[in-house]
Ligand binder design. Sequence first.
Ligand SMILES: N[C@@H](CCC(=O)N[C@@H](CS)C(=O)NCC(=O)O)C(=O)O
Length: 195
Amino acid sequence: MLQFYGSPQSSSGRTQWMLEECDVEYEHIVMDLREGNTRTPEFKAINPFCTVPFLIDGEIRLSESIAINMYLAERYKPALLGATLAERALIWQWSLWGVTNLQAAALRVMSHRHALPEDQRRPQIAENAAQAVNQMLSVLDAALTDEFLVGQRFTAADINCGSAVNFADRLGLTQGHPATQAWLERLRERPAYQV
Ligand SMILES: N[C@@H](CCC(=O)N[C@@H](CS)C(=O)NCC(=O)O)C(=O)O
């Protein structure tokens, strides 16, 4: 059976959502980051990156949520990867944009508004990052002319990018982007999202 190492409140949510959409059985090994579960010699021996999410599927051992999700989709639910080369390219575009651009900026907001010790927070960094998120979400909002991001049906792009946008939303950063908020509501209604 698949083994999924994950932790609540981390990038693992993206992978658990994909696992549920793929409708595969898996063992969920819950890692407590505050307890240092990812830094034990036992975990380092199977995952030198020492991060979650982490997946074992037979011979395959994978880190990085986007890599894991694209692997899972290809192996267990290829329909999530689009029907044409153009759709697949767009799925990659939105997946990578969501994680490397949007989520990274939203993380800066979280760090400098809430997460860092107060004496290390820099309000200007948070403000600049919030503005960057707002500009990025304007692009997304304009692109959301259909129910879903790519090919007028639910794909891996909705999971990969949607989980990053969901994070931004939890920080209160999606106001003023109605298409984005409506899309998020549609995604949250999916049973696989709710697990
Ligand atoms: N880019 C990676 C991020 C992986 C990552 O840094 N995970 C964090 C939690 S979000 C982690 O495991 N940190 C280890 C620790 O805090 O001990 C992904 O998308 O999977």
